[in-house]
Ligand binder design. Structure first.
Ligand SMILES: *Cc1c(COP(=O)(O)O)cnc(C)c1O
Length: 335
């Protein structure tokens, strides 16, 4: 069913290969879990991460429309905009990246290093957007820019951030969940980040469509769990229509948890910092400060709360994002 539904959407092949699933031996011992990690930090394009899977469908549509320029908006240290610039380069298109001021009072590294540096090396054009919590406004500004390009005879394609557009990126995570299912299927719980909801929503739907019933915990990285729950309902409702499955298959299973969100989007709290260093020092794997470290902090919080029980087999989805480590040097490096 999944392959047939996905084949209705054009897809640009951007993944290098299937990503590995590994057992975290030392952390399993330390935490009393049977802990596995799906290495979607190794998706291949630029420095990898979850946006490669999502962009296969956005870029597929851009190619179908014969676009020559893609436009996308995100936080200054957005992995999505950096990966989109890489996908555009690979497919011979130009890219315009709109960077929103989502995280206040950040320094030089945040504004120049990490993903910002990489996007410049990829040849992307940068434009700024002064607000950080205005999805409709940010999309609107991007559209104005797209209209300017049309007037110049170009063919732009806008990758939308707002919730009122089809979540094409979620299709990538339906495929990602089906891929995981071929690698590991007897787990008790999965833990994933929940930002735009494309990863969480696609992953949950994909698992249910292959018959996997384990709980999927979406760890909030941007909004509180009630707002995020509503967002997931929207994403999954649209995805169900796009793929032709019954939304009842997934709606009751939306689980969002915001115990690791503080002090807010793009801000490193104690739990995030500890999760990041625990993973690095136990397994030699880097998490990123904005998403994957919060997700692992969420897993640790769920164990502490007893929602995930000792001895259970758990899969953590690593969504990449490590270039942002260099944008957060001031916050991460003890002075
Ligand atoms: C964008 C991003 C997320 C969040 O994914 P959504 O699909 O927007 O929910 C998680 N991790 C990393 C590293 C990201 O770049």
């Amino acid at each position: 069913m999944i392959d047939a539904a996905l084949s209705n959407y054009p897809r640009a092949r951007l993944m290098t290969s299937v990503t590995p699933v590994e057992r975290l031996e030392r952390l399993s011992d330390q935490l009393g879990l049977d802990l596995w990690i799906k290495r979607d930090d190794l998706t291949g394009l630029s420095f990898g991460g979850n946006k490669t899977r999502q962009l296969e469908f956005y870029m597929g549509e851009a190619l179908r429309q014969r676009a020559d320029t893609i436009l996308i908006t995100g936080a200054v240290q957005s992995n999505f905009v950096r990966t989109a610039a890489a996908a555009a380069a690979k497919l011979g298109m130009s890219s315009v990246l709109q960077l929103e001021d989502r995280v206040a009072n950040m320094g030089e590294y945040y504004h120049r290093s990490g993903n910002v540096l990489l996007a410049q090396l990829l040849g992307a054009e940068h434009i700024g957007y002064p607000k950080g919590e205005d999805e409709a406004g940010a999309d609107g500004a991007l559209h104005e820019r797209a209209e300017d390009l049309v007037a110049m005879g170009r063919k732009p394609y806008v990758i939308h951030l707002g919730i009122d557009h089809p979540p094409l990126g979620a299709l990538g995570y339906v495929a990602g969940a089906a891929e995981l299912h071929t690698q590991i299927s007897d787990f008790d719980a999965a833990v994933v980040p929940s930002g735009s909801g494309a990863t969480h929503g696609g992953f949950l739907a994909g698992l249910r469509l292959v018959g996997q019933t384990a709980p999927v915990y979406g760890i909030c990285v941007r909004r509180d769990q009630n707002q995020q729950h509503a967002r997931l309902q929207n994403v999954l409702g649209r995805l169900a229509t796009m793929m032709g499955f019954d939304p009842a298959l997934v709606m009751e299973d939306i689980c969002t948890w915001d115990g690791a969100l503080a002090p807010g989007y793009g801000r490193i709290g104690r739990a995030t910092r500890e999760a990041l260093t625990l993973m690095a020092r136990s397994e030699g794997i880097f998490l990123d400060p904005v998403y994957s470290a919060k997700t692992f902090a969420g897993l640790l919080g769920l164990v502490e709360q007893g929602a995930i029980e000792k001895g259970q087999k758990v899969v953590l989805l690593h969504t990449g994002g490590q270039p942002a480590l260099f944008g957060y040097q001031d916050e991460l490096q003890p002075s």
